[in-house]
Design a protein around this ligand. Structure first.
Ligand SMILES: Cc1ncc(COP(=O)(O)O)c(C=O)c1O
Length: 379
């Protein structure tokens, strides 16, 4: 625990909440949280499940109904051929991530992470006692990864690679070429691959989401992580899952049995309905797309700011060139001068220097106001 830091985004969010409670007029774009409400059919199903006393332990791996629905979803939407005993339902995707790292990483092992990355990857690796090996991607290259970059970081101790697609924070969506390179790489070095697909449904401009777990030659070494937090605006429900070969799932199930036990019963029951809420998810995606364009166009109009159009997820990850300030200094400066809370790119590890992350899962009035204040500060 000494080696792992806290979560910078959670800490910043708490700071924003505290400032607001103190009556400070602050605009916070630090959280990774949809601003939509959970679809009505899911809420109705949860209320009914509680009425029916669906309030006891479930099997540790999750209810049969939900696991079957996940199996169908993965087959139909992702081309991932997984059986029911390869699915573990967890209270959010994060516990599935930690289960995988606790189960398959040991002191002496190394885990490669494409950075900038979700900070919990690093924390989890360090909590498992393993070595964290960043593979820094470049802003100038659109955060694309190549086989060469991966090969430069692999050692005899490498055990696992973590990939987030679409990526939090950069919004990058893996191309077919990158997927091929990653698959060849993990196969050549006998690695496990964690594919975090939590933002899968939030992809723009006609891009296609490609699941690494769908490639037959590596499917037995891929642990796909997903959940309903982002796709169905269900962060507080805590529903995620892992999908893998039954032999990997058996190990992770032991971890779940001995730690979390199971995911809340009525949220599991209600979650089955979320997989039939494609129309609601699509409406959210279109809303995020509109706000992505609003924020990118607005930021790019400010001198010194370069904001690539996020290919997926709901974050603008932009570079600010201002008096040689570091990302941390910039975030402090913006908070102090204009009361806007953003996350410094360095919170996401190597490759994030000079950048800031701004969630555009926020109401349009706040986004307009933030653009006005940033324009005043840098214009
Ligand atoms: C990349 C990534 N993976 C996993 C998670 C965790 O999601 P959950 O709320 O399902 O635990 C998040 C949440 O911010 C995330 O951004």
């Amino acid at each position: 625990m000494k080696r792992a830091g806290g979560s910078p985004t959670v800490a910043l969010n708490a700071k924003g909440i505290r400032m607001r409670e103190e009556g400070i007029d602050i605009l916070s774009f630090a959280a990774g949280e949809p601003d939509y409400d959970t679809p009505e059919p899911v809420k109705a199903a949860a209320i009914e499940a509680i009425r029916q006393n669906d309030t006891h332990y479930t099997s540790a791996a999750g209810t049969t109904a939900l696991r079957r629905r996940i199996v169908r979803k993965l087959r139909e939407e992702n081309g991932i051929d997984v059986s029911e005993d390869g699915i573990i339902v967890t209270p959010g995707a994060k516990p599935a991530l930690f289960a995988a790292m606790m189960c398959f990483l040991e002191p002496g092992d190394e885990c490669l992470v494409l950075t900038p990355a979700y900070p919990s990857y690093r924390s989890g690796i360090l909590m498992a006692g393993a070595g964290y090996v960043p593979v820094p991607l470049r802003f100038e290259d659109g955060f694309r990864v190549t086989r060469k970059m991966l090969e430069a970081k692999v050692t005899a101790r490498s055990k696992m690679l973590i990939v987030c697609n679409p990526c939090n924070p950069t919004g990058h969506v893996l191309s077919a070429e990158e997927v091929r390179d990653i698959a060849d790489f993990v196969l050549a070095h006998d690695l496990l691959l964690i594919a975090d697909e939590i933002y899968e449904k939030l992809i723009y401009d006609g891009r296609e989401h490609l699941s690494l777990g769908a490639l037959p030659e590596i499917s037995d070494r891929v642990i796909t992580l997903n959940g309903l937090s982002k796709s169905a605006a269900m962060t507080g429900w805590r529903i995620g899952y892992s999908a893998s070969s039954p032999s990997l799932a058996r190990v992770m199930l032991k971890f779940q049995q001995n730690s979390l036990n199971c995911t809340a019963a009525f949220t599991q029951t209600a979650s089955v309905a979320a997989f039939d809420c494609a129309a609601e998810t699509e409406a959210m995606r279109l809303g995020y797309l509109r706000r992505r364009d609003l924020i990118c166009d607005g930021l790019n109009a400010i001198p010194g700011i370069t904001c690539p159009r996020a290919e997926g997820a709901f974050y603008a990850f932009f570079r600010v060139d201002h008096r040689g300030m570091s990302a941390g200094e910039l975030a402090e400066y913006i908070l102090e001068k204009e009361r806007i809370l953003l996350v410094p790119g360095t919170a996401f590890g190597e490759g994030g220097e000079g950048c800031l992350r701004m969630s555009f899962a926020a109401d349009e009035a706040s986004l307009h106001e933030a653009l006005r204040r940033l324009g005043r500060l840098f214009g």
